[in-house]
Design a protein. Sequence first.
Length: 266
Amino acid sequence: MHPVEIKRGKGPIILGMPHTGTFVPDDVMDRLNDQGRKLTDTDWHIDQLYDGLLDDVTIVRATFSRYVIDANRDPKGVSLYPGQNTTTLCPTTDFEGEPIYFAGEEPTKGEVEERRMHFHAPYHQALADEIARLKQLHADVVLYDCHSIRSILPFLFEGTLPDLNLGTNEGTTCAPEIEQQALQICARSGFETVLNGRFKGGWTTRHYADPNHGVHAFQMETAQSAYLTNEQAPWTYDETKANKLRPVLKTILTMMTDFCAANART
């Protein structure tokens, strides 16, 4: 299986989807324990949630599970949130802190590097290529990184996560107009919203952002309770919930498209 799926559009928005994939090579799957084989920390149905929201959009989606390698982690293994619990480049625990490998079967440093080359690097090469392609067409482009997570995970954060978690790394990854308008749209929506809370934008958002040169990056971490029937297997997509959320996401993406178009006219 190819590690990346790409749908190319000519509009200025790229949807990054690093965690919707479920492919695990057989040699890795054989070493995962029962907990690991559940692939619980997948961003379930995020591709379905965003499907059709924006015309002429580019989508870059990793097909591999984050348990193989996390496409939203620094390839050097540097923590995104120093001092806080998190998972690593090649996770050995899940979001509850439970081991996902049989004892002694965790990936070696050499295997981590091999996975980086075969999975992580192609995904990010695709993102970089699509940004470069669209920058030939637009003065400004937006890399919008799509994520979801269970709303209650004591290992990672206290209490219950808000529905919509906007990440701009403290306002450094996109134009202030994008950040503020996105926050206003979410605040008016009725969904509980936070800006740069527990999730401030992962490695993807921070790595590609260059707003002074027209590359804006924005992360949306959505609580799975906002669009799934239950935050547990079989991870059922809830049409009723999703149909309330999708117009909000569409409004945000449309705003970002309009921002890029307005800048092109000035």
